[in-house]
Ligand binder design. Structure first.
Ligand code: ADP
Length: 191
């Protein structure tokens, strides 16, 4: 059963490519960032608390994020597999996901790592800010998100590397080029 993670720096193109992986394997693409943005858009009290963190480039707490993911993975559309985009982002979240997988005797298929040089991701985020106007795409917040990524999420990738699960995909260049690289990498997997 296909159970994928897609990881990479903010701006690496996780959201862009998540859809094509999900289509290929007929599984839902689950983005914690998108779930948080929709909670913020609902205007709820919880959304307001999340907004304060997301718009300043900080991570939402592990407890809240873990619970959101756990209840999403319990939905019926996840029975045949899933793709997680933007989770886990901390070592604590890795352990929590390990627990969910163990409970159902499930295993990860692969961790797709989109490799993009840091100067290129920053250029992309600045461009996205002009087009989409995301509150967390201002220069200071972009810089902070990259720092948080290095400090908190690089160890997550190291952990999955140690487990032999990481599949590197060159995510630099155009969307078409990286989409081709991704499909080629997926062709090489046994799913
Ligand atoms: P990007 O990868 O470009 O930073 P995302 O949409 O994945 O964009 O995430 C946007 C923001 O949502 C993050 O900066 C963070 O504040 C919050 N967020 C998303 N996923 C997580 C997570 N797994 N743990 C904690 N916070 C998260």
């Amino acid at each position: 059963m296909p159970r994928f993670l897609i990881v990479g720096a903010p701006g690496a193109g996780k959201g862009t490519h998540a859809g094509s992986i999900a289509d290929r394997y007929h599984v839902p693409a689950i983005s914690t960032g998108a779930m948080f943005r929709s909670e913020i858009a609902s205007g709820s009290d919880l959304g307001k608390q999340i907004d304060a963190l997301v718009s300043s480039g900080q991570l939402v707490s592990d407890d809240l994020t873990n619970q959101v993911v756990k209840s999403r993975l319990a939905q019926p559309d996840c029975i045949t597999g899933w793709l997680l985009d933007g989770y886990p982002r901390t070592v604590d979240q890795v352990k929590f996901l390990d627990g969910i997988l163990d409970d159902t005797k499930a295993k990860l298929t692969a961790v797709i790592m989109l490799d993009v040089p840091s100067d290129e991701v920053i250029k992309r985020l600045i461009k996205r800010a002009q087009i989409e106007g995301r509150a967390d795409d201002t220069p200071d917040v972009i810089k902070h998100r990259q720092e948080v990524y290095e400090a908190q999420t690089a160890p997550v990738i190291a952990e999955y590397e140690a487990r032999g699960l990481v599949v590197h995909v060159d995510g630099s260049g155009t969307i078409e080029q990286s989409a081709d690289n991704l499909m080629e990498a997926l062709d090489g997997l046994k799913v």
